[in-house]
Design a protein. Sequence first.
Length: 349
Amino acid sequence: MDTLHDTAKRGFASDNYAGAHPEVLAAIAAANGGHQISYGEDVYTARLRDILAGHLGDGIEVFPVFNGTGANVLSLQAVSPRWGAVVCSENAHIHCDENGAPERVGGLKLLTVPTPDGKLTPELIDRQAYGWGDEHRAQPMAVSITQTTEMGTCYTPAQIRAIADHVHERNMVLHVDGSRIANAAATLDLPLRSFLTDAGVDILSFGGTKNGLLFGEVVVALRPEVAPGLIYLRKMNMQLASKMRFVSAQLIALLEDDLWLRSARHANAMAARLEAAVRDLPGVRVTQAVQANAVFAILDRTVANRLRERFRFYDWDPATGEVRWMCAFDTTPDDVDAFAAALAEELTR
């Protein structure tokens, strides 16, 4: 097949726009050939369990899935009964970007809280975590936080521990949407276990697609006793891969050595470079601390639309003119510099 796109062209719309990392593609090829038992009884999935246990601790359970929405729905459905509700930020991906899947597929009620920087706190959680025993109110059973958040901010281990303790005191479960969990580890410069297992997180959606995988994420039950039905729910939710070795092989390539962290550090560094290049331009106001691979800024709509003809990116809040620029594992310094130069040019037109 001929290549149908310009392989040198990159945008700043999403880290999902990036292709698969060459080491990940090599891992798929290495796992090919011959026969392996289907539906997760293969040697690659067994190896993935061992690798994740090394990162997150013994006693975990591991469930590779196809995508991030599937991972989130599966995780939350597993820890909540039919009458359960999930407290989350009002800009959480599960609320804004999954087309109601947690509610329509998972059968859950989402109880949202406004957050200026995307981060929940115990005090914010309490705005919705009430009403237990009231048959007229969906029962708050879980809290879902995103690491890093949809606003590109990063929870510290202490902040997650404070949330976990608060949640557990109320007999609730803490879920982490970790679609960009590697970017958080790169920002914090800490092992995954330190701000997940050791911080009291119960269940995790571990992301890979935004960090160089072709497809695939993995649900990790850090406390398996809170999610006893995962093995059945994965099949019910159409997230059980028959040829699971190819999902697991990609995650092995990501996690066995340092590819996951190397790629995330690079993406974060490119976002920092971008923020430094645009923050002093007249007509640009960076709105969030740049703590991972995202830059949020407000600029004139006309300027944004002209710039979008050269580099694709998304509006975040059309009402205020806030936009989002994302960097990926394959974003280069030249990409960033070209984008910043184009923005400066458009601002002077």
